[in-house]
Structures are given as structure tokens and as C-alpha cells.
Design a protein around this ligand. Structure first.
Ligand code: ATP
Ligand code: MG
Length: 590
């Protein structure tokens, strides 16, 4: 479903924004939303004696993405606000797709986001208890072994307007069910030949209540329990019971699980869990324009080589965003700002970017880097006795937003690089930068005037000859003459070569896959462009993972895998300088 932009903006507008909080560590939205209202009520007078305990329950079958970040910020953030705790629980009930490497990556990502789990636990820790409880339900006549195959079970479930059909095995005796379930557990039967089902009501108006499957046979190696188990619990059977074992009070999940809530409650009731049993509450998933969030689709991008891995800077994974230079705090602030809703919608990616930009504007050091260099020779620059161009040291401000960041030295010399598109041979009226006969200011340098242009065989500009005015070192001409542009530059003899990755949207369609087409149909093959850039020497101060503003160009993150003991070699464009979110809001008249 597509929400019109205005509707999305209106919805955002209802939420209390508390971004801009500068304290260290997790920030979360302490405005009101229905979940925080509930926690407030429950923690003062509710069934849990003031206790709040949440959990974040990822399946270790992939890497976390920005959607998970919303759930993490909610679970950890809200619990923290009410003096509660949060477990990180791996929902490891599908042995075929799960793996230890995802377990490690997920923990790393949660901590990187700024949250520390009270405990790291696994649904597989509870396999014995879950199994014992299943036996208890069989003994109570509330569960049975069904010999129908998956397809038949699904067919006989009926539809919204048609009742389900009872399985011929529904009325097996308790003894027979206990015996068959024990033999399923012992590995006597083939995968798919039998399941354990709860005995609820095949005519229930809620399809989830039509004798849901609790256990299926899987002859698979589990990355933690090895070959011990031949039966594995389903999500519904494992989830609420795991919550109960851990003492979870509030089980927060996404909206598509709302029809599962009666089943969640039913299981806990049959097991005799009292009023202080966990309760499930649903909230809207995060969707972002120009982004896909399904693990399956993200996996496809990786496997088909559209990106260079899960941590590619084009990916909406936490690892991808981190490589791209998105700070954890900006992600938390974004999550807090959008708040929690009960209706699914889509947020503009420009809003997330504006949190990233705001953060870096305040914190990032400035450096001069030329992405598409053209050489400039300063013809009146002093030359030493040995015929070498003399170097001069200029002083530049590190961060105009932060006086404490101080200044740095930038070498100036008779051979410079400027941006190719800061020069035009035959400029149109509104082009104020360098052109033949035109004077501009070099930032933190001098005024220069273009006196001559050298061209190659095809008429392409190869080199600019300029003169400089030594009287303009302070950035002003003593005679008061004005220039209309200030451009950035790098001294050629001191320049550091960099590989710089520029990014566009990975999906050109703002809603990839809406209207039922394959989201990959709008994949942008040119989402990444590499440049060979020239940087001023002080780029060496930037550590891997740090973000810097390339003046006039945007924010760039030094690659995380760049060798920290040597000069930087690789940067990723995090986000441009222009606040596109502000433009969107202007267009919407908000
Ligand atoms: P996928 O459907 O892509 O496989 P998932 O939701 O099944 O993803 P899990 O590992 O099961 O992935 O998710 C762990 C938790 O993160 C769940 O509680 C889920 O509700 C939450 N979550 C996943 N995606 C989003 C999202 N886009 N917005 C908010 N919460 C999300
Ligand atoms: Mg899931």
C-alpha cells in the first residue's frame, strides 16, 4: 500500500520528536506512544509488580537492517525508560537456515547501535522445556499427532469463508499421541510425515486458531544443539513460551502478528500461566522509500552479485549503513523521531539522511578533496633556486560548527588541483566560478585569475594557467574587490590519492516491489561510481570508520577495512550536503 506523501508527513508530525539529545549512549523517544502509555500504566499498577522486561528476538538467518534497528530502539529504549531490562533472544528454531556467524554479527550490531542486552539467550536453550510443555498439552488432550502431509493440512485449514476440515487423526487417544510424539522425537519418522498440532477449533474464525502446528520433524543439524533434536518447535509454539520462561512482560512485535495474538494467549493459558504472563503488543514495521527490507530480497542482492556483500555501503543493513558512515546515534534519533505507530506506512529515506547530515555537520572535521581533478599552474608562484615550486602553509578551520576542533595546516604550492566542473571555458550567465579571465577565491588560500587554458587534441581542457594575488592571503583583497565564488583545491605535490565511492539510490523506484512487480526490476546498476580523487595531506588524521566533510561535496566515511596504520586509501560518500528532506517538506507545505 502506498501512503500519499502528505499522509506520511502528517503521521510523522503527530509524533513527539526528541531528537537532538546530546547525552552519550542510547537516546530514545520519550514522547508518548501507545506502547509507552501501556508500559506507564503497567509499571505503576499493572500485573508485573512494576517490572518491565522486553526482548529483541531475531532469527539468526541473516544480518540486521534498519527495520530491525527500529525494533531494537523500541525494545531497549522503552524498557530502559521504565527501569526495565531487555534480552537479546535468538529465535533459532529453523536449523536449515541459521548459523553462528549471524549470531555473532547480530550481537555486534546491537552493541554498535548502543544497546547492551541484559542477557543473550536462545530459543534452543528452552527446547527441553518446550518439549515437556508439549507433552503436557498432549496429556490434557489439547494436542495431537497428525499424519497428514503439509499440503493436506494447509488445504484442510479452510479459508476466511470456509470452515476447516478435521484431520482423521484428530481424535487419537492420549496414549497413542504420547507414543507417536516420543517416536517423532526419537527420529523414527521421515521429515514431513507427521506433525504435532494443537487441538483448538477447525472452525475458528481466526485461521491461526485452526489447530496450528507446534512441532515438525527436521532431520537437520542445528548449529547449537547439533543432531540431538529431530523435532523443532514452530514460531508460534516457541515464541510466547520462550517469553514466559524468560520472564518477559511485554512482547513487542510487528503488526503482521496481530492475528497470532489469540494463539499466543491460548498456549500460555493452557499451560496455567497467570495474569502476570507476558502479553504481545504489535507495532508498525519500518519501511523506507528506495529500500527493500526483506531478508530474502537482501540475500538475493548479495547472492546475485548486485552488491559486494551484506556490508556493502549500498545495503540498508546495519553493517552497510555503518560502512557508509551512518552514526549509531543518528539511527537512534531517527527511530525516536518517527516513533511508534499502529498503521504501516513508509518513511522517506531523506528523513533518515537528514539525521545523519545533522549529526555530521556538528561533528565531522572538514577536509579539502578534489574528486575530478584538473591541474592548475600558478605562473607567478615563487620558485626556489633549485627550480622547485615553493610550498606555503595555509591555515584552515577544521569545523566551523565547533571552535574546539581548531585549525589545520594545508600546503599551498605552484601546482594545484581544482574540481573540473569548477571551471568553464565558455560559462553561461549564472556560472560564477573559474573561467578564462575570471578571478575566484581558493578557500583558505588566495585569489587566482585564469590567464590561459591548455587543451588536448579533442579540445578537452588539460591544464589551466593562473596567476595568484599574494595580497589576498587573508581571504580578502586589500583594494576591496570582490569575487563571486570560493572553490576548494589541493596542492598537487602534496596530494594523497584516494578511491572514493559515490552512491545513488540502490532502487530508483521509491516503492520497489509495490504493485506486485519484482523489486529488483528497479535496481539501479549505477548506484555506485568510483572516483580517483586528490586529498590534502591532513586526510591522514581520519581513522577508518570516521566521517569527514569533503568541503563543498558532502560527508564521506573512511572505509572500515582501510589499514589504520597507513594513509587513507578509500572513502564512501555517506550523504550529500543538501538537505533534501527540507525540500520535500517545503513541497508538501509543512
Ligand atoms: P524478514 O521477514 O525479512 O525475514 P524478520 O522480521 O522475520 O525479517 P526477524 O529476525 O524475525 O526478521 O526479526 C526480529 C525482530 O525484528 C522481530 O521482532 C521483527 O518484528 C522485527 N523487525 C523486522 N523487520 C522489521 C521492520 N521492518 N520494522 C520493525 N521491526 C522489524
Ligand atoms: Mg521472522
Amino acid at each position: 500500500m502506498r501512503l500519499p506523501l502528505a499522509a506520511v508527513a502528517g503521521w510523522i508530525g503527530q509524533v513527539n520528536a526528541t531528537s537532538g539529545d546530546d547525552r552519550e549512549g542510547p537516546t530514545s523517544n520519550s514522547g508518548t506512544d501507545f506502547i509507552r502509555e501501556m508500559l506507564k500504566q503497567h509499571s505503576s499498577s499493572g500485573p508485573y509488580g512494576g517490572r518491565v522486561q522486553t526482548r529483541f528476538p531475531p532469527e539468526p538467518n541473516g544480518f540486521l537492517h534498519i527495520g530491525h534497528a527500529k525494533s531494537i530502539c523500541l525494545n531497549f529504549g522503552a524498557a530502559d525508560e521504565f527501569g526495565g531490562t531487555t534480552m537479546l533472544r535468538f529465535d533459532d528454531t529453523n536449523p536449515e537456515t541459521e548459523d553462528e556467524r549471524f549470531v555473532e554479527a547480530i550481537q555486534e550490531d546491537v552493541r554498535w547501535l548502543g544497546f547492551e542486552p541484559e542477557q543473550v539467550v536462545y530459543a534452543s536453550d528452552y527446547f527441553d522445556q518446550l518439549h515437556a510443555w508439549a507433552v503436557e498439552l498432549i496429556e490434557k488432550g489439547l494436542a495431537y499427532v497428525d499424519d497428514q502431509d503439509a499440503e493436506t493440512i494447509s488445504e484442510n485449514r479452510g479459508g476466511f469463508t470456509t470452515p476447516g476440515v478435521d484431520s482423521p487423526w484428530r481424535d487419537r487417544s492420549v496414549e497413542e499421541n504420547l507414543d507417536l510424539f516420543a517416536r517423532m522425537t526419537a527420529g523414527e519418522f521421515d521429515e514431513g510425515s507427521r506433525v504435532l498440532r494443537a487441538k483448538i477449533d477447525m472452525n475458528h474464525e481466526n485461521m491461526q486458531m485452526r489447530d496450528p502446528v507446534m512441532y515438525r520433524i527436521r532431520n537437520q543439524h542445528h548449529f547449537r544443539t547439533g543432531d540431538r533434536w529431530k523435532v523443532y518447535p514452530t514460531y508460534d509454539w516457541a515464541h510466547g513460551q520462550s517469553d514466559a520462561i524468560e520472564g518477559t512482560t511485554h512482547s513487542l512485535c510487528t503488526l503482521e502478528f496481530d492475528s497470532h495474538r489469540p494463539l499466543y494467549d491460548w498456549y500460555l493459558e493452557q499451560l496455567g500461566q497467570g495474569p502476570d504472563r507476558p502479553r504481545q503488543t504489535e507495532f508498525a514495521r519500518l519501511n523506507l522509500t528506495h529500500t527493500v527490507m526483506s531478508k530474502r530480497k537482501l540475500l538475493q542482492l548479495v547472492e546475485e552479485g548486485h552488491v559486494d556483500g551484506w556490508d556493502d555501503a549500498r545495503m540498508p543493513t546495519i553493517r552497510g549503513l555503518r560502512r557508509r558512515g551512518y552514526p549509531a546515534k543518528a539511527i537512534r534519533d531517527f527511530a525516536g523521531h518517527i516513533g511508534i505507530a499502529k498503521v504501516n506506512g513508509t518513511h522517506e529515506i531523506e528523513l533518515l539522511e537528514s539525521f545523519v547530515r545533522t549529526h555530521h555537520n556538528a561533528n565531522a572535521l572538514r577536509r579539502m578533496v578534489v574528486l575530478d581533478p584538473i591541474e592548475v599552474v600558478i605562473t607567478n608562484w615563487p620558485v626556489d633556486d633549485d627550480g622547485m615550486s615553493r610550498a606555503d602553509v595555509r591555515e584552515a578551520i577544521n569545523n566551523p560548527e565547533d571552535a574546539a576542533a581548531g585549525t589545520r595546516e594545508v600546503p599551498f604550492s605552484g601546482r594545484l588541483f581544482i574540481e573540473r566542473d569548477d571551471f568553464m571555458l565558455d560559462p553561461p550567465k549564472k556560472f560564477f566560478r573559474l573561467a578564462p579571465g575570471r578571478e575566484v577565491r581558493l578557500r583558505a588560500g588566495y585569489f587566482i585569475t585564469c590567464t590561459e587554458v591548455e587543451t588536448g587534441p579533442d579540445g578537452e581542457v588539460t591544464r589551466l594557467l593562473c596567476t595568484y594575488d599574494p595580497e589576498t592571503a587573508g581571504g580578502q583583497a586589500p583594494d576591496g574587490r570582490k569575487v563571486k565564488a570560493t572553490i576548494h583545491w589541493v596542492s598537487a605535490d602534496h596530494a594523497v590519492d584516494l578511491d572514493v565511492a559515490l552512491y545513488e539510490r540502490l532502487f530508483t523506484d521509491p516503492h520497489p516491489g509495490a504493485d506486485g512487480e519484482d523489486p529488483l526490476a528497479s535496481l539501479n546498476p549505477d548506484a555506485k561510481t568510483m572516483k580517483r580523487a586528490k586529498a590534502e595531506p591532513a586526510i591522514a588524521d581520519i581513522a577508518p570508520g570516521d566521517v569527514v566533510q569533503f568541503e563543498r561535496l558532502g560527508y564521506f566515511a573512511r572505509d572500515l577495512d582501510d589499514d589504520p596504520s597507513s594513509v587513507p586509501t578509500m572513502f564512501h560518500r555517506t550523504v550529500g550536503l543538501r538537505d533534501e528532506w527540507a525540500n520535500i517538506q517545503k513541497r508538501q507545505g509543512t
